[in-house]
Design a protein around this ligand. Structure first.
Ligand code: IDP
Ligand code: MG
Length: 139
């Protein structure tokens, strides 16, 4: 299987609750190499752009408010089958349904505030990585 890359954000709830360290440890222990990493705060405009696919959905405004409420950790990760394996590692969108041991099961506080983002395709991983990291940054 070929190595490829995915994109993640540790969301404001998990950053605020002190879970950056344990989440990064779980990610690297699961075989992902961290290619790029930064702590940043999204503006409302940033969050709207990043989640534009969800515009018009009932949870959109709450999602934007939440994602711009405090710092996030953005990262590019590399592994064989990275996108699919990372989605498995984070668990289902609703943490109540997430499998034991997944990041959302362990660290999410609710369906809205679910601790972590994972890109859902190779194409979106590339788009989302470019959104957060310029090509002058080291990766
Ligand atoms: P994903 O993050 O598992 O890919 P998406 O459907 O892409 O899930 O939704 C993006 C984010 O929007 C979720 O991670 C969650 O924070 C929020 N969200 C999704 N569905 C709902 C909902 O029904 N109620 C509240 N928030 C939601
Ligand atoms: Mg999604």
């Amino acid at each position: 299987m070929t190595r490829n890359r995915t994109f993640t954000m540790i969301k404001p709830d998990a950053v605020q609750n002190g879970h950056i360290g344990p989440i990064l440890e779980k990610i690297t222990a699961s075989g992902f190499k961290i290619i790029a990493l930064k702590l940043k705060k999204l503006s409302i405009e940033d969050a709207k752009k990043f989640y534009s696919v969800h515009e018009g959905k009932p949870f959109f405004e709450r999602l934007i408010k939440f994602m711009s409420s405090g710092p996030i950790v953005a990262a590019i990760l590399e592994k064989e089958n990275a996108v699919e394996d990372f989605r498995t590692l984070i668990g289902t969108t609703n943490p109540e349904n997430a499998a034991n041991g997944t990041i959302r099961k362990l660290y999410a506080t609710s369906l809205s505030c679910n601790a972590i983002h994972g890109a859902d395709s190779n194409e979106n991983a590339a788009i989302e990585s470019a959104f957060h990291f310029s090509d002058t940054e080291c990766f």
